[in-house]
Ligand binder design. Structure first.
Ligand SMILES: C[S@@+](CC[C@H](N)C(=O)[O-])C[C@H]1O[C@@H](n2cnc3c(N)ncnc32)[C@H](O)[C@@H]1O
Length: 266
């Protein structure tokens, strides 16, 4: 039996009528071209396979992310320079871009530049009056990144600091606080990087940690992989350290099964 308060009942038909009136009939369905892997992905129902998740990733990317010459060129340049295929996906790059815009961040710190693919996504988000500091350990990789930033037209708002995070981060203490920190380097150092995120940030700074799923290895009890151990230590720090309030989500797609943690500095 449904109990309604006096006066509430009379609102219900009106609400239903408004809802009906405001429903727009579906228009013609615009279908984005499907990735060829989708054709063979469903032999006997829906399957969670590398093909289905990659095809779904391709569909989401084609549907939500406009083709972008500068980003494509950056990827081509880093492939041409034989850099590993470990940059964020376009969907994750866009997530970083949106999080920065949603939080109004103007000063961004990235640890782990590679060819600056993620850096370009973030540099665009901070706008003309924003700044990105990105740290890369390998000078040869930093050269590729610098060229990509120049070609993408965002070099003015980005500074690449060459050196290991553990050496560069202490030199940034005392500067204006960062509003957004993206941690995407050696996973063994995640707790050190999180500690510096607090030292270099402020209450409200957004912190994103990439690659926290690691094909499910984070729950392998007997793992001896230092990357997995570092990832787990970082997640446990985010969970128990009162300086953070955090969540995480797993992802599947063109880069396999992984995930991202997102936190705010309390
Ligand atoms: C996963 S890649 C970064 C990908 C990049 N954020 C993107 O999405 O386009 C990690 C990068 O961190 C760099 N790196 C590894 N250890 C580092 C350290 N201790 N300090 C700074 N950079 C490091 C590697 O050379 C590599 O270029």
């Amino acid at each position: 039996m449904v109990h309604t308060e006096p006066g509430r009942l009379s609102l219900l038909p009106t609400f239903a009528a408004i809802t009906r009136a405001s429903m727009v009939p579906p228009g013609p369905i615009a279908t984005a071209p499907l990735d060829p892997r989708a054709a063979t992905a469903f032999p006997g129902g829906v399957n969670l396979t590398p093909d289905t998740t990659a095809a779904a990733d391709a569909y989401l990317t084609d549907t939500l992310i406009a083709p972008d010459e500068a980003l494509q060129n950056a990827l081509a340049a880093q492939r041409g320079a034989d850099l590993p295929d470990i940059e964020v996906t376009a969907l994750s790059g866009k997530l970083l871009n949106l999080l920065i815009r949603m939080s109004g961040a103007k000063r961004v710190l990235e640890i782990g530049t590679l060819g600056a693919y993620s850096t370009i996504w973030m540099a665009r988000a901070v706008g003309d009056d924003g700044h990105v500091t990105t740290i890369e350990a390998e000078p040869d990789i930093a050269k590729v990144a610098q060229q990509n930033l120049n070609n993408a037209g965002v070099a003015e708002r980005v500074e690449i600091k060459i050196g290991r995070g553990e050496h560069v981060l202490p030199t940034l203490v005392g500067a204006e606080p960062y509003d957004f920190v993206f941690i995407d380097a050696d996973k063994e150092s995640n707790t050190l990087y999180l500690d510096y995120a607090v030292k270099l940030g402020r209450s409200g700074t957004v912190v994103v940690v990439d690659n926290i799923g690691r094909e499910g290895e984070i729950v392998r009890p007997d793992t001896t992989d230092p990357k997995v151990q570092g990832t787990r230590a970082g997640l446990e720090m985010l969970g128990r350290d009162p300086r953070f309030d955090a969540t995480a989500f797993q992802t599947v797609g063109s880069k396999g099964w992984d995930g991202t943690a997102i936190a705010v500095i309390v």
